[in-house]
Design a protein around this ligand. Sequence first.
Ligand SMILES: Nc1ncnc2c1ncn2[C@@H]1O[C@H](COP(=O)(O)OP(=O)(O)O)[C@@H](O)[C@H]1O
Ligand SMILES: [Mg+2]
Length: 295
Amino acid sequence: MKGISRTELPGLRLFKRGKVRDVYDLGDSLLFVATDRVSVYDVVLPTPIPGKGAILTQMSNFWFEKTKSICENHLLETKWEKMPTQITAFPELKGRSAIVKKTAVFPVECVVRGYIAGSGWSDYKKTGEVCGIPLAAGLKESEKLAEPIFTPATKAETGHDENISFERACEIAGKPEMEALRELSIRIYTMAEAHAREHGVIIADTKFEFGMLNGKITLIDEVLTPDSSRFWPAEDYHTGGGQKSFDKQFVRDYAASTGWDKTPPGPNLPAEVVEQTRAKYELAFERITGRKFEE
Ligand SMILES: Nc1ncnc2c1ncn2[C@@H]1O[C@H](COP(=O)(O)OP(=O)(O)O)[C@@H](O)[C@H]1O
Ligand SMILES: [Mg+2]
């Protein structure tokens, strides 16, 4: 299987090509297509991970369903059979597409951390804080926090997202809005973290995106996937160091091992790295959703 790096859909108008998704404009709604592209350090690599887009789409759909009592979401149609023929004319989109509501996206990434890792750990070691939130002294790397924390980041159109304080996020997106987004983000994360942990996956942290539609805050984009979160296998979890992972860390580690300087173009991935990455995404899917992934 080759993997889909890029879609070209004659007759449909491109709305946006993100790092991973190709989004088409259907008028009031959007056709949201997850490709098999993988990005590390915000650079899309030349080698796709076959099936990744379908795994992410179906995992997001699982979470959209599970979180709908907490927050409205952007899904309009996920069933291939019910999509219009202008879409089903492209069979390569099956399993990796959804029709979603077009929303006005809040320009802040809503990050929740339940465990201390990654940039949160780096900041904590330097300052004892993460995004201006002071944490208990003496935490070990990967330790579970007493309470999940909300650590927003900018949504950079190009380049890297940057961690910001809650106050700065309020200046960007409005105080009542950010208070509502913080509450929703923490509620969703808390529910999802418990579900995943019972099924052998630790969700160390995650990033949500929200949009506004008809006065309603709406959960959009992808939700609680290995691309938007740090997923750790629960059986190997230990504090005081880094963890094995079900996410892109494996690709990041490979890319870094080539001596790549993290600027485009990124390195090609060897077949075994592609295979193992795909297997990690699939295992995370199976643990979390309780079913086998089918193409
Ligand atoms: N319901 C929605 N309405 C409007 N924009 C959306 C919606 N859901 C997701 N998006 C946007 O579509 C894009 C998804 O593509 P993606 O490849 O994830 O982009 P990025 O490189 O920014 O991560 C993101 O810019 C996201 O903010
Ligand atoms: Mg994205």
